[in-house]
Write a protein that binds this ligand. Structure first.
Ligand code: FAD
Ligand code: NAP
Ligand code: SF4
Length: 674
């Protein structure tokens, strides 16, 4: 594709940004890790070499009460540490800009010193914040200014001030979190004062030749949130106060509309940035679910923004921009919006990485160096584990033959991609398909490998990536014709009736429920459908974009019972940042989620269960088994019996707790070492 806009420099007067792609801010936990600054230096400079125009770091707190973790910039010695990062990025490419995000978490801080305009606890926070007094307000403003000055001293090209998401500055702006009666509360002019004074004072302190970006909540997705007029007024106020760029964010963390999950259509929110852009004269950044260069180009060509922020896509592929420039888009390892290794890890306090790229944030710990002793390797199974192993081993210089019994690569991803809302999984299959071709891997489809053929070929190493066998519960009547596996249900091998019991409410039980309760176009593929399902009014922009808008979801054509034996709430094991969206979506379609169920037997009348110690009959006509999986280790056992050099990876190694994140991660680590 030719990119008319993506590679145009953006002139800011005193400096310019070499192209229109920004790596958006993400908290990775590196900020607080051992050797964190060295690791961040490697992580960011890899992205700088990858072609991005400007990098925004993860959020750094201006003081103790503000910090997200312990990452703070409040004195000279902390500034000296940040130099490790800025120098590495500028050494990697002197034309790449790096700005530090100043993040004051306000009422979302995880410490008891937390502060806010009013003592109002956020729905998602553990503590009630301390209300700032008049001196406290000035202290917070001054600490932001000190932080910006120190960022300049540390060699950053600018700062981004976050004024969205439910963090401190945004809670001044919104009436329901700001009940102050002084000059920082009451009228909207007063509520904006905190944000505007921070910008004015930062500008005065850092001079004109330092990039100041402010991130606003362009649509905060809060009932009673900011109105359209307030958003525009804020943007215009920020322009006057001296920002160089306005960045748009959508949602507060506590809102009930998904804005970055994979079921959100690509670039769904950029239209809102576009409308604000018509009211200001500074460049604007848009973001959210822009994961491929052609999507970014379309956003720019529509005039929705001057710059496009891609955050998670830069975890998935550090070289995304170079690949676009060189016409190698088919080699981009695309972010699938799953949140599994990035945001879910961040919220759980685990080290952040990427499901499709385990090297992300682990650049100094996991490297794919060329081997000095190439081996002849067979990889059996072209699911996520096998594809990852084969491509990393081949990239390192090994000779690889990849077998799969099926007529296509991908393993279970070929089931996952058929679930409405998981269309991005096609991208991972496209990426691996291209890499298999590019790296010269000998791909043998329609080939069920056995121990004899592997022995005859004389491989140095044999990697068994044969995946899983679906588990069949030991239950009277499980052979009844109304019973089918999730594989048959997803592939459409057997007809699914009108009254369905799903045994097992893990990730696959939820996905099957999604598939069979769904009607019409997938929301992920159509912004209007998405807006209707989640109650967002893009056209009229009521307060928060959602106030007074009822979600409209078609009730499923079938009666569906999604069940588990555990007493815990159904769906508790799903991803921390996405599980609620699945529970909410299925609930709105009328799917009944039952926990604490004992399965008794299946017969012509349906499924007999015990619920709350009482026998019950669910008169269903279809039962879909989603009861977990066991390793498919038959080939491994046969290979071992013959003394072949076999090793297992992915589901073939361990099926419990196994997902694609674990499978790819394990495979990449093993292949990096062989
Ligand atoms: P598999 O994907 O099962 O691949 C094994 C491959 O081996 C298969 O292609 C098979 O044909 C081949 N094979 C087996 N025996 C032989 C043989 N003898 N010779 C040749 N080939 C052989 N995970 C996530 O992390 N996130 C998700 O959102 C997600 N969604 C999912 C949705 C669905 C509907 C399903 C079914 C799974 C989902 N998963 C998800 C799980 C994820 O797909 C699996 O964890 C992952 O595919 C396991 O990878 P694997 O390579 O170990 O095994
Ligand atoms: P899973 O998440 O382990 O769930 C298995 C379900 O089956 C559980 O609800 C379990 O609950 C039930 N179960 C287990 N043994 C049973 C038995 N003998 N009889 C009846 N029920 C039984 O596994 P999965 O749903 O098969 O998913 C496989 C992997 O893919 C998981 O790691 C999952 O995370 C991943 N995946 C992820 C996503 C995602 O969106 N992130 C989507 C799909 C799949 P009880 O024991 O309480 O009944
Ligand atoms: Fe994207 Fe998933 Fe990787 Fe996060 S873990 S960057 S959402 S592919």
């Amino acid at each position: 594709m030719t990119y008319k806009k993506l590679f145009e420099p953006l002139n800011l007067g005193f400096t310019s940004i070499k192209n229109r792609v920004i790596m958006g801010s993400m908290h990775t936990g590196l900020e607080e890790s051992e050797n964190g600054f060295e690791r961040m230096a490697a992580y960011f400079s890899e992205r700088a070499r990858g072609g991005v125009g400007m990098i925004i770091t993860g959020g750094i707190g201006p003081n103790e009460e503000a910090a997200l973790g312990s990452a703070m910039l409040s004195n000279d010695s902390e500034a000296a540490q940040h130099r490790t990062v800025t120098e590495a990025v500028h050494a990697a490419d002197p034309d790449v800009k790096i700005c530090m995000q100043i993040l004051h978490t306000g009422p979302l801080a995880y410490n008891e010193k937390l502060v806010a305009p009013s003592a109002i606890k956020s729905r998602i926070a553990p503590f009630v914040p301390n209300e700032l007094d008049a001196d406290g307000v000035q202290k917070q403003i001054n600490d932001h200014v000190r932080c910006a000055k120190l960022a300049k001293q540390a060699g950053y090209d600018g700062v981004e001030i976050i004024g969205s998401a439910g963090y401190l500055i945004s809670t001044f702006l919104v009436e329901k979190t700001n009940k102050r009666t002084d000059e920082y509360g009451g009228s909207y002019e007063n509520r904006m004062r905190f944000a505007l004074e921070i910008v004015q004072k930062i500008r005065a302190a850092v001079g004109d030749e330092f990039i100041v970006i402010f991130r606003i909540a362009a649509m905060d997705m809060l009932q009673g949130g900011m109105s359209w007029d307030e958003v525009v007024q804020l943007a215009q106020g920020l322009e006057k106060a001296g920002v160089n760029i306005i960045s748009t964010h959508f949602t507060w963390h506590e809102s009930a509309v998904p804005t970055i999950a994979t079921m959100v259509p690509r670039a769904a929110f950029s239209q809102v940035t576009g409308r604000i852009r018509q009211n200001v004269n500074v460049p604007m950044i848009t973001s959210n679910r822009i994961n491929m260069p052609h999507v970014a180009e379309e956003v720019l060509q529509r005039g929705d923004a001057d710059l496009v922020s891609m955050a998670r896509p830069m975890l998935a592929d550090a070289e995304l921009v170079n690949k676009a420039r060189e016409g190698r888009e088919d080699e981009i390892n695309t972010c699938i919006g799953c949140n599994q290794a990035c945001l879910d890890h961040s919220f759980a306090g685990k080290s952040v990485s990427c499901l499709v790229n385990p090297r992300a944030c682990h650049e100094t710990l996991l490297s794919y160096e060329k081997t000095s002793s190439p081996k002849n390797i067979a990889v059996v199974g072209a699911g996520p584990a096998g594809m990852a192993y084969a491509t990393v081993a081949a990239e390192r210089g090994h000779k690889v033959t990849l077998y799969d019994a099926a007529n296509e690569i991908g393993g279970q991803f070929n089931l996952a991609k058929q679930i409405p809302g998981k269309e991005e999984f096609y991208e991972t299959l496209r990426y691996y398909g291209r890499m298999i071709e590019k790296l010269g891997i000998n791909l043998q489809l329609n080939t069920r490998a056995d121990a004899d053929m592997l022995a005859a070929a004389g491989y140095d190493n044999i990697i068994i990536a044969t995946g899983i066998n679906p588990r069949t519960p030991d239950l009277e009547g499980i052979d009844h014709p109304m019973v089918m596996s999730y594989i048959d249900a997803i592939r459409g091998n057997k007809p699914v009736g009108k009254k369905v019991a799903i045994l097992g409410a893990g990730g696959i039980g939820f996905d099957v429920s999604e598939l069979i309760s769904h009607k019409g176009v997938s929301a992920a593929m159509d912004i209007d459908v998405f807006a209707r399902e989640w109650g967002v009014d893009f056209d009229n922009h009521p307060r928060g974009g959602v106030t007074g808008v009822d979600p409209i979801t078609a009730i499923a054509d079938r009666e569906i019972f999604l069940m588990q034996r555990k007493e815990t709430p159904v769906g508790r094991g799903l991803g921390k940042t996405t599980g609620w969206t699945h529970r909410m979506a299925l609930g709105r379609r009328g799917v009944k989620m039952l926990n604490g169920i004992e399965y008794v037997r299946i017969d012509d009348d349906g499924l007999h269960i015990m619920r709350e110690n009482k026998p019950e009959l669910l008169p269903v006509d279809t039962i879909i088994v989603c009861a977990g999986q066991d390793p498919a280790r038959e080939l491994y056992d046969a290979g071992q019996a013959q003394g072949l050099p076999v090793e297992r990876v992915g589901g073939a190694y361990e099926a419990a707790e196994l997902d694609a994140k674990a499978a790819i991660n394990q495979a990449c680590h093993m292949a990096a070492q062989i």
